[in-house]
Design a protein around this ligand. Structure first.
Ligand SMILES: Cc1cc2nc3c(=O)[nH]c(=O)nc-3n(C[C@H](O)[C@H](O)[C@H](O)COP(=O)(O)O)c2cc1C
Length: 265
């Protein structure tokens, strides 16, 4: 733990606060050039493989109110794979482009200033038609970019504080934020916005997974350096903001799922 964490955290709140007095003076000279704003879309042209996702095939789903009622964190996953179409539906629910405004494309989840600082990386353990490994979502091209093609289930489990469910999960979502995308417009306040953005994305995942009858659990506990190393980002300009694990489940007994599977010997 950082020995001075309490002071630093208090100062973070102060440094990122708005007040009417400071609005007048603090924003003087701060200009945002919309036309030359930081690139919204990250892609990996040198990816090992590119999997075009296409339009997801949306299955029938329970009524919206029932989905809200049914959503529960589930941790006791089966070793059964999820399908690539199910993954595509989840990706669309979290990051799909639903409206083209020309200079901006709007998505299923809201984002501060429509700047979409959040990027999606996946550690795929068990998805039909996908090799296990690390993938990045190319949002504009709607494709998965394979960055590592190997079994990363142990690595991701350790990174997410050895939470066993993540090893058995079909897929783990690792969301990151590209800071400059938001900071170029919102400066210090951007350091709040990127976390809020990721919360909206993860709630969309929770609801969509529930609609598909899959188990999902948000995870806020990870070893930061290990996550940045796993994804291949610097941890300062581009860093982890949220993660979630998704898998196939049996039944709806969330109480039985509550503690997750025991650790293997
Ligand atoms: C930001 C955040 C971080 C979380 N981190 C973890 C985690 O690391 N491990 C875990 O098992 N559950 C985690 N959860 C799930 C919560 O424990 C769960 O949402 C809470 O107990 C309420 O239960 P419910 O989701 O079933 O309604 C997290 C949830 C959120 C929103």
């Amino acid at each position: 733990m950082h020995p001075d964490w309490r002071r630093i955290c208090d100062e973070f709140l102060i440094a990122t606060s708005y007040s009417p007095e400071e609005m007048e003076t603090g924003w003087e000279g701060r200009v945002y050039d919309r036309e030359n704003r930081p690139e919204t879309y990250l892609t990996y042209p040198d990816a090992l493989a590119r999997i075009e996702l296409g339009e997801p095939d949306f299955p029938d789903a329970p009524a919206f109110w029932q989905i809200l009622r049914d959503r529960r964190s589930k941790r006791n996953f089966l070793a059964e794979p999820m399908t690539l179409n199910q993954l595509n539906v989840l990706l669309w629910a979290t990051q799909g482009i639903t409206q083209d405004m020309g200079a901006y494309q709007l998505r299923t989840a809201p984002s501060a200033g429509a700047l979409y600082s959040v990027e999606t990386f996946l550690v795929v353990n068990n998805v039909t038609g996908l090799e296990p490994g690390l993938y990045h979502l190319d949002v504009r091209g709607w494709a998965l970019e394979a960055l590592r093609l190997e079994d990363l289930s142990d690595a991701v489990c350790h990174t997410l504080l050895d939470q066993e469910m993540t090893r058995v999960a079909s897929v783990n979502f690792l969301w990151t934020a590209v800071m400059e995308r938001c900071r170029a417009k919102y400066y210090e306040r951007a350091y709040r916005y990127v976390w809020w953005d990721s919360g909206h994305v993860s709630e969309n995942l929770s609801l969509a997974a529930t609609a598909l009858g899959l188990g999902v659990c948000c995870i806020g506990a990870w070893y930061d350096d290990l996550l940045h190393e796993l994804v291949g980002i610097d941890g300062k300009e581009h860093f982890g903001v949220m993660t979630a694990t998704v898998g196939t489940i049996e039944g709806t007994d969330w109480l039985a799922d509550r503690r997750g599977p025991p650790k293997p010997d």
